[in-house]
Design a protein around this ligand. Sequence first.
Ligand code: GLN
Length: 517
Amino acid sequence: MPDATGREFTSMTVTELQAALRDGATAAEVTHAYLDRIASDDGTLGSYLHVDPEAALERAAAVDASGAAGSGLAGIPVALKDVIVTEGVPTTSGSKILEGWAPPYDATVAARLKAADTVLLGKTNMDEFAMGSSTENSAYGITRNPWDLERIPGGSSGGSSAAVAAGLAPWAIGTDTGGSIRQPAALTGLVGHKPTYGSVSRYGLIAFSSSLDQAGPMARTVLDAALLHEAIGGHDPLDSTSIDAPLPVLAECARRGADGDLAGLTVGVVRELGGQGHTDGYEPGVLARVAEAVALLESMGAEVREVSCPAFDLALPAYYLIAPSEASSNLSRFDGVRYGLRVGDDGTRDLDEVMALTREQGFGPEVKRRIILGTYALSSGYYEAYYGQAQKVRTLISRDFSAAFDAGDGAGVDVLVSPTTPTVAFPLGSRVDDPVAMYAADLCTLPASLAGVPAISVPCGLSDGLPVGFQIMAPALADDRCYQVAAALEAALDAARGSRFLDQLPRPAAQPVGGAA
Ligand code: GLN
């Protein structure tokens, strides 16, 4: 239904939806509009694993009845990546091994959104246990990129990215272990932020790599992302790694950033992420858009300099030892006894056999690869050579960040920037048989993950008609700086274009679908 400006609910930002609700639209109408889009377009896109229209409409009606709609986030629909446990709502983490499991409790992120009276639309598709960069590792089928239905929507939060970009949710929660919020956001033209590690609760996120996992917002604008981040962030006693400090003010920073005054800000362009001598694997179209974005920041008063972070070159091998090591330990809880799938329990087999059969059938190939890799890296005799070395590299990466941010004599930078991904969205199927090519999609996002610092991806233009993401990284707990700089860039690009980035996206239902799946 169009509002006074002619925009449909499904193409509005959340701030516009809030205004529409205050102006008399109901949460039920807004929810209906999104459910209609899901019904008409998700057969093609495959962005949701679970939608319960009745439950969503019931909840929306309750919010309307309470008179809360339009205040704060009340009545705003939201989608959650299926790695987030939701009480009584099926949660699979994209895996067969959790098929049929309905959790008995809510993750803190889900509980906070519930308490804010948002309306859950559904759970979104993802690479199994968040392992992947294309959403092709889901046990429940692929998700398509609404910009080009023959291409991937990024991963592992590809269901969330496709849903928000295509108007099947106004915003969504993703999780990012090595890039899974920022990379899919970049490839679908969204804003995606990985918060400072420990600043958003991990309680109730199905664990992949506990020292890296963070939930965060995926949205159509920087301000929306900041609003969603504020709703989920902050200390949680149920997560032992939760930071006991107030969240910085984010939405206000995004609003202020849109003024476009960056005087006094120093921006470091990371040489190792697509800079001179480091362009192997980077598409020229991506590098061109990123260079233009840097020039734009400079024109808004920022001081720009190149910064070298030599250990970033080792982020990929370090991550692919640390993440699988932690995963091999975390995934041991899926034993065929406690959750979901159980295979071969016919009274003739012992526990070990049932466990082996369940894990054999319940886990997909990428998950098995990581468990084997991780178990090997942690085994006695190899531990120091692999896991120990990777942890040392992790320290070196953190030191590179500190050196860039904290250099004395005014030589430090306020933020570091880079492309979010080396390439635009690649064709479905093109990397599934080449894990190393798939892993390379995370080249630019891994350093911030390993160091635990915040990083945002904001659209900075198109290359070959596909979105390019610009990454802004800041020191730990300075998430507000990411939002401020991203908002300045977004406002300048929107003004130059005369429209919002996503307004360029053709409705996916209008595109033909080939046989790539
Ligand atoms: N693509 C990376 C991986 O496969 C990162 C995934 C993530 O951030 N969840 O591990």
